[in-house]
Design a protein around this ligand. Structure first.
Ligand code: HEC
Ligand code: HEC
Ligand code: HEC
Ligand code: HEC
Length: 424
């Protein structure tokens, strides 16, 4: 992790959700339509209003989404483009699909639409043509806005899918090993952490909860893990994304299966694959299953049982059924459960203990797996019932072990986790 994905949640509770809607035919109005000072362009958060009204400044100044198009013109992108034989990354649909509000149909460009605004308000909130006026009406409501095409980001599952369309990829857009080899950074995502460090331009205050739903970081984390795991299964079964010619697509495996130091001892007992074999990157599925073993054991055993078979089946070319079965369990059982579970009833300490124990006890973790567990530990520590201050030094120890992927060793990580575990 080049950046330390950590934060402390200030607010406590959080969210209910309604299914997402599609907004395909509305015009995209451009950031200029949202950013005036009496709309969302205030210089500081306003009091006594529903929303902060300084969202534009937070997005523009403090986050990287506003620069997402600009990076396509920098020297890194020039190098990536050159390696891939692309003339100009800032005009290339492959890049624009994730680095801008990409709307190829010019008929859908409003007066202020500008591709150079990067990942803008409407990339996430949806094309605003129909709701832009109505959403400030006296009788406006979230439901009404959604009917007019506002994306329903209240639904954490829909929100996760939106983020992951760019932060994991889907059938339309992807960062494959060829692009990474050309210089693109590896993609890694955890919904709760990434929502906070975006940075967040909304407040989970009483008014938000009343208008929408309360917020629980653990729910966001787990729903996020379930959606990543589901997207992961889709990629494994996708003809387009699972192969690069006759070879398997290498981003489906843990990077350090191949890119590891040959000096460090690799021939150790490991849980999810054997030495000398490629290891599928199912890190979110692992984290999800282990967490479920505390809060819904029957779903955990269904997933864990299939995960053991997955690697073998995939290797022999017979993975389809198991992949489908895992995806079915997640989409039809796990996700609906996680969205509606009562998180007040979950024993947060027990969950923390479980995840830290997995980190402490599993031999030979790969970097990606360790990284997901670490972000999960942070999400649990954000629960109000846990004294996160007390555990901070041990959480720090875990992040220290992850600080540099190049000298990451499973031993350093498990040692830090054991120290943490001894305090629980
Ligand atoms: C599937 C979506 C996707 C596609 C396609 C994509 N990117 Fe990215 N790109 C991302 C995401 C997400 C990040 C941020 C990764 C992170 O930091 O977690 C990123 C980061 C980058 C960065 C590093 C930015 C920084 O601030 O250092 C560069 C440079 C970049 N992309 C260039 C490109 C180029 C050039 C292309 C086209 C050849 C491209 N990207 C295609 C999603 C994508
Ligand atoms: C990367 C995605 C993303 C981008 C880009 C983005 N937002 Fe958001 N925004 C969210 C999410 C997620 C939420 C929280 C969920 C919700 O309640 O809608 C949110 C919440 C908000 C809220 C608070 C809603 C409420 O009911 O309290 C406002 C207002 C808002 N965004 C405005 C903007 C504006 C204006 C821009 C552009 C300057 C913008 N957003 C850019 C994802 C995004
Ligand atoms: C349209 C594509 C797209 C969508 C949708 C999107 N992102 Fe991003 N995101 C990007 C790109 C591209 C970057 C890298 C930008 C750069 O570095 O200039 C990025 C960067 C980020 C970063 C900074 C990462 C870092 O390493 O510093 C965070 C955090 C983030 N996104 C969170 C989110 C969240 C949370 C959502 C969903 C609510 C979301 N994003 C939705 C494309 C997207
Ligand atoms: C099956 C093995 C395998 C897996 C898994 C794999 N790679 Fe690679 N990678 C390779 C090979 C082989 C090369 C080409 C090496 C060469 O040209 O010397 C390569 C090249 C690269 C390069 C270019 C390095 C250079 O010096 O040109 C990068 C960067 C890279 N991989 C990153 C990753 C990341 C990140 C992941 C995980 C998302 C990953 N790889 C997964 C085998 C793998």
């Amino acid at each position: 992790m080049n950046k330390i994905y950590r934060y402390l949640i200030v607010s406590t509770l959080g969210l209910t959700l309604v299914p997402g809607t599609s907004i395909a035919q509305n015009k995209f109005m451009g950031v200029g339509s949202c950013s005036s000072s009496n709309c969302h362009g205030g210089t500081s958060a306003r009091k006594g209003t529903n929303v902060m009204q300084n969202e534009y400044v937070t997005w523009y100044k403090h986050g990287s989404h506003s620069k997402a198009w600009q990076v396509l013109t920098n020297s890194d992108s020039k190098k990536i483009a050159e390696h891939l034989g692309i003339a100009d990354a800032s005009k290339e649909p492959l890049c624009l699909k994730c680095h801008s509000t990409y709307v190829p149909d010019a008929a859908l460009h409003g007066d202020k639409y500008n591709i150079d605004e990067g990942v803008s308000c409407e990339s996430c909130h949806g094309a605003a043509e129909q709701w832009i006026k109505a959403h400030t009406d006296q009788d406006a409501s979230h439901q009404k806005n959604v009917e007019l095409g506002l994306n329903d980001l209240n639904d954490i599952g829909e929100r996760a899918k939106l983020c992951l369309s760019c932060h994991y990829g889907n059938e339309e857009k992807t960062v494959n090993h060829k692009m990474i080899g050309a210089g693109h950074p590896r993609l890694s995502f955890e919904l709760d952490t990434f929502s906070m460090i975006q940075p967040r331009h909304w407040e989970y205050d009483a008014d938000y909860i009343k208008r929408k739903v309360d917020y629980v970081s653990t729910r966001t984390w787990l729903v996020g893990q379930a959606v990543i795991a589901s997207e992961n299964m889709k990629a494994l079964n996708s003809a387009k994304r699972s192969k690069d010619g006759i070879w398997p697509e290498l981003t489906l495996f843990t990077c350090y299966s191949c890119h590891h130091s040959l000096v460090e001892d690799q021939w150790k007992k490991r849980r999810y694959a054997r030495p000398g074999q490629l290891r599928l990157n199912v890190s979110s599925l692992i984290t999800l299953s282990e967490a479920l073993s505390v809060i819904k054991p029957e779903y955990a055993s269904a997933l864990l049982g299939n995960m053991d078979k997955l690697h073998e089946a995939y290797k022999s070319g017979n993975g389809k059924e198991i992949v489908n079965s895992i995806q079915d369990t997640i989409d039809k059982k796990v996700l609906p459960f996680l969205k509606t579970a009562n998180y007040n009833k979950i024993d947060a300490k027990k969950l923390l203990k479980k995840i830290v124990n997995v980190a402490a006890d599993t031999p030979h973790f790969q970097y990606e797996e360790a990284e997901q567990l670490a972000m999960g530990i942070s999400a649990i520590l954000a629960l109000p019932s846990i004294n996160s201050e007390k555990y901070k030094p041990f959480e720090d120890g875990i992040y220290d072990a992850l600080a540099n992927p190049e000298d990451f060793t499973a031993e350093k990580f498990t040692l830090a986790a054991r120290k943490f575990h001894s305090q629980l």
